[in-house]
Design a protein around this ligand. Structure first.
Ligand SMILES: Cc1ncc(COP(=O)(O)O)c(C=O)c1O
Length: 383
């Protein structure tokens, strides 16, 4: 079975884990700090704060930036639900914004402008599939309205300069991401005091860490505010340091495989639409395509599965999940809904290989013939 994503973890990660175990210190310590510094340096950021997950990082970033009850936060519905959940964690109100277009499934500037109210405090943009939103344009948008700009960069680790135009950027190291620590996340924040605030809140709001106390740098601590246990540990940081070294090579490999898809898909599957353009800056996190209108997607996915190819969906719209539907019963986002109902994510990971890209394309072409036939539409119905 060709999977949609496959984590590359092996002997070097195992050796790094053994080293941590032999060291006798497994919870947050100097490796976590080194991982923060090296991750920041690789992206051209001043510093970073490692956390338990991207979700935890988004929560802390919003809190440290002072967003709370009564505030509205603009957010795409076409994202992983954690982006939106983090807004509810701080007691603020998510305001869903539609995407630009089927071939550009990024949060739409014009729609965001229409949704602004006197209570809007921030906007969270998400670099869908690893393709960067126009961050300079969003910076102008946020500055001209006095809003905070936060990047959900879960899909975009390894893109140089990412996070340099926003108030905070948050990364995920979940197992399907471009680099992984199994679970984990990293936060960039433009202001040093915001970073320090996040650092303290990730560890119960305590003013010193266990590591500092074990080294005799401190003997006690105060808790000046409510905090959380959102720490990363040494085991994850050790894996992260190994993965970080490989990230540029892996992203380049993802880029080459994406180029092969881009080149061959139009010939083999002329009825599918490929979002974004070959020249767009990307970490090439996933390979999304848009199936023709009316195509039987479950049938296509089943046919591909039977042929040995896993596919997934990025993403169901957040506002259409039953939990959010109760809060937004009448909300319609036509472009996000159309995209979410027709999107199909094809396998993409560095070790996939050119030959397997060709297999996926062949299987998609065959599955589309079945899916289209069932839905009563032909290949001439372009997306
Ligand atoms: C866009 C996006 N945001 C947030 C998250 C949450 O990341 P984590 O699992 O590290 O909390 C993910 C993870 O899948 C994601 O894809």
């Amino acid at each position: 079975m060709l999977l949609v994503a496959e984590a590359a973890v092996g002997a070097d990660e195992a050796a790094a884990l053994s080293e941590v175990i032999a060291s006798g210190w497994i919870t947050q310590g100097e490796r976590v700090r080194r991982f923060e510094q090296e991750f920041a340096a690789r992206h051209g950021a001043e510093d970073a704060v490692a956390v338990a997950s991207c979700t935890a990082g988004l929560h802390l970033a919003l809190r440290a930036l002072g967003i709370g009850p009564g505030d509205e936060v603009l957010v795409p519905s076409l994202t992983f639900v954690a982006t939106v959940n983090s807004i509810l964690y701080v007691g603020a109100t998510p305001v869903f914004v539609d995407i630009e277009a089927l071939d550009r499934p990024h949060i739409c500037l014009d729609d965001a402008a229409r949704q602004c109210t006197p209570r809007t405090r921030a906007v969270i943009v998400m670099h869908y599939a690893g393709y960067l939103v126009d961050v300079a344009a969003w910076q102008d948008f946020a500055r001209s309205r006095g809003l905070l700009l936060i990047e959900d960069a879960a899909h975009a680790a390894g893109v140089p300069g990412i996070g340099s135009h926003s108030d905070a950027a948050v990364f995920s190291f979940f197992g399907n991401k471009n680099m992984t620590t199994a679970e984990g996340g990293m936060v960039f924040a433009a202001a040093a005091e915001v970073r320090e605030h996040i650092r303290r809140m990730r560890s119960h709001g305590m003013t010193t860490t266990s590591w500092e106390r074990s080294k005799g740098h401190a003997f006690s601590y105060d808790v000046p505010e409510l905090g959380f246990n959102y720490r990363m540990d040494e085991l994850r940081a050790a894996v992260g340091l190994v993965q970080l070294e490989r990230l540029p090579g892996w992203n380049a490999a993802r880029g080459r495989l994406t180029a092969r898809y881009r080149e061959r898909l139009p010939r083999a599957c002329p009825q599918v639409l490929q979002p974004f353009a070959a020249a767009d800056t990307s970490a090439y996190h996933v390979m999304p395509v848009v199936l023709p209108d009316g195509c039987d997607r479950p049938q296509v996915m089943q046919a591909m599965r039977t042929a040995g190819v896993q596919t997934t969906i990025h993403y169901p719209c957040a506002h259409q999940f039953s939990y959010y539907r109760k809060m937004y019963p009448t909300l319609r986002l036509p472009r996000s809904e159309a995209f979410a109902s027709r999107e199909l994510t094809l396998p993409l990971y560095p070790a996939l290989g050119d030959a397997n890209v060709d297999v996926v394309i062949d299987k998609l072409a065959a599955a589309l013939a079945t899916g289209n036939a069932l839905a009563g539409i032909g290949a001439s119905h372009a997306a």
